[in-house]
Design a binder for this molecule. Structure first.
Ligand SMILES: Cc1ncc(C[n+]2csc(CCOP(=O)(O)OP(=O)(O)O)c2C)c(N)n1
Ligand SMILES: [Mg+2]
Length: 585
């Protein structure tokens, strides 16, 4: 029987750690590893993508949507370098991803040979565990370490192996004397992790004394909706949500005020400005300027990671542990509050907010408004939908108008806020959940970056649905240039792409809509299609994502940008002015 190679040991270790899918693209720097995947294709699927950045984003999305280890594979030099952005996405959002790369022949490294990039040095910052496999007996140890560390700490791990070493046969005799065979194990152990009892009591006292408690739910609160609502009900607290916590409670929950921040709702912003007790559950939402003013509120923060306590807001008590267990333990210590004026005020303004969202979402103007697409899409999504969004104004339409239903999953690149992950996330979601509805909601700029990988959905028969909000613009940046700096927009207009034709060229189904009167029928046909499809929606390029509260400074900068010669300023002014008049009058 053929002896095992180093690459066999690597792939065998992945299987032991429960990895069933990897995303990657072969190359001569990983051919030995690819052979080990070929011989184990019954145990582990290799999804071949068209760009390694897709592989890394897909690994990140896989980890986000499954809780399992996401794995990506790339060749030496350029292939590995292409992984970088997706790996930082995983690092910054704290999800477990393992990158597997190759290097040149071990005796040519650092000799200016072709593709001579020492990838372990390149990845020194992004990978928390980062190993260069030095020989056959080394692989079992490092592969085990990489999987364990990535999963245990939700980190990025990386193993690179010179190409000749990948195919070397493993011979037990090659072990060093101190490397005892069979000394390690593929076992991940978890702890229930509950905070100190005194801390729990101190936290409960602060909450019980508060008049206007507010819960901020992040990604660490996902799956804890019932517990969040139980706490919110007892103490009369609204629940606002960071983008990564969008699915923590459904939007029909009577407690939620929806998203926070620039893309958020007015009721969330009002609650943040008025609260006297902020309860942060599993969030390190980075926009400090939208938190209560330091000193305004006392703060309880629940997080798995002690290093995040007090990161964004001065925390009075940190409760370290799984959010579910901590909320369960906290609930009996909290006093029932009646009446609940802070919550009731938020509920009243929330029903007005939804009226405003419906008004924006049902306008019949042409060019079609982007909010019309997100509103009608949200209404039609199934309870099992997995929705991935992208960076841009697109995230505003998703955050506000796509109404989360119980059972759905939603994500995007939260802390890296990179463009382009939503197609790869969707591929990963559909690979793992073949029967769920999988939606990518993306702008023309973000989609065009990695659009070649729509063909990956066609190749693997993944019936993902891609909704493109096509405003022929890097819209978010155009508004930022004007509103933040008071400068005219520059280099933000995109050449038009008929993405529905791109879908057809790749063997998928293309749908197109530019008419609000037809969007409902188009969406119905698109969502009912049984294969991968793109719905290309041509929308008004001048529709701005309005902040929850428009400040005088925003208006002043906008006027300055217009005066300095923003292209199409007449149309922009009419669109903005029309929106303001409609909503104020
Ligand atoms: C990789 C990357 N490059 C650039 C940016 C800066 N950026 C953020 S949003 C955005 C525009 C996105 O355009 P599009 O996808 O068309 O969405 P829109 O804003 O038009 O809705 C840009 C360039 C980024 N976040 N990530
Ligand atoms: Mg755009």
């Amino acid at each position: 029987m053929a002896k095992q190679t180093v690459a066999d040991v690597l792939v065998e270790t992945l299987v032991e750690w429960g990895v069933d899918t990897v995303f990657g693209l072969p190359g001569d720097g990983v051919n030995g590893i690819i052979e080990a995947f070929r011989t184990r294709q019954d145990e582990i699927s290799f999804i071949q993508v068209r760009h390694e950045e897709t592989a890394a984003f897909a690994a990140c999305g896989y980890a986000k949507y499954t809780g399992k280890l996401g794995v990506c594979v790339a060749t030496s030099g350029p292939g590995a370098i292409h992984l970088m952005n997706g790996l930082y996405d995983a690092k910054l959002d704290g999800v477990p991803v393992l990158a597997i790369t190759g290097m040149q022949f071990h005796d040519l490294i650092s000799t200016r040979t072709q593709q001579d990039v020492e990838i372990d040095r390149t990845f020194a910052d992004v990978a928390d565990y980062n190993a260069r496999c030095m020989g056959p007996a080394h692989m079992r140890n490092v592969a085990n370490m990489a999987c364990r560390q990535a999963l245990a700490y939700s980190q990025v791990a990386h193993i690179t192996t010179p190409v000749d070493i990948q195919s070397m046969e493993v011979d037990e005799d090659e072990r060093s004397k101190r490397n005892v065979a069979g000394h390690n194990t593929s076992l991940l152990s978890r702890s229930a992790r509950l905070p100190d009892e005194d801390d729990m009591k101190a936290a409960a006292d602060i909450i019980n004394e508060a008049k206007k408690p507010l819960i901020l739910a992040g990604r660490g609160a996902l799956g804890q909706g019932d517990r969040l609502e139980a706490v919110a009900e007892k103490i009369g607290a609204p629940i606002c949500k960071a983008l990564l916590g969008k699915a923590a409670v459904p939007d029909d929950s009577p407690y939620t005020t929806g998203p926070v921040g620039l893309l958020g709702t007015e009721p969330s912003q009002d609650a943040l400005e008025e609260t006297d007790c902020l309860i942060i559950v599993g969030s390190s939402w980075p926009y400090i300027e939208f938190y209560p003013q330091p000193g305004q509120a006392r703060c309880i923060q629940i997080d798995l990671d002690p290093a995040r306590i007090g990161l964004r807001y001065p925390t009075d008590v940190g409760l370290i542990g799984d959010s579910g267990g901590v909320l369960d333990a906290l609930l009996p210590l909290l006093q029932e509050r009646e009446p609940k004026p802070f919550l009731e005020t938020a509920q009243k303004s929330m029903s007005k907010w939804w009226e405003r969202m419906e008004e924006r979402g049902t306008r019949q103007d042409k060019p079609m408004k982007p909010q019309v697409v997100s509103w009608e899409l949200g209404k039609r999504l199934r309870d099992d939908a997995i929705v991935s969004c992208d960076s841009g104004t697109i995230a505003t339409w998703w955050a506000r108008q796509i109404y989360v239903k119980k059972g759905q999953m939603h994500s995007l690149s939260g802390n890296l806020a990179t463009m382009a992950p939503d197609l790869p996330y969707s591929l990963a979601a559909q690979v793992h959940h073949p029967d769920r509805q999988v939606i990518a909601f993306v702008g023309d700029g973000g989609f065009s970056m990695l659009m070649a990988d729509f063909v990956t959905a066609v190749k693997y028969k993944l019936p993902i649905k891609v909704v493109i909000i096509n405003n022929d613009s890097l819209g978010m940046i155009k508004w930022e240039q004007m509103v933040f700096l008071g400068n005219p927009e520059f280099v933000c207009d995109n050449a038009h792409i008929d993405f529905h034709l791109v879908a057809e060229a790749m063997g998928g189904k293309g749908f197109h809509c530019d008419d609000p009167a037809k969007i409902c029928d188009k969406l119905d046909a698109f969502l009912a299609h049984d294969g991968p499809a793109i719905l290309n929606c041509d929308v008004d390029t001048h529709e701005a994502p309005m902040p929850p509260h428009l400040s005088l400074e925003d208006a002043r900068q906008m006027a300055k940008a217009m005066a300095k010669g923003t292209p199409e300023r007449g149309k922009i002014a009419r669109t903005l002015g029309g929106n303001l008049v409609r909503e104020i009058v």
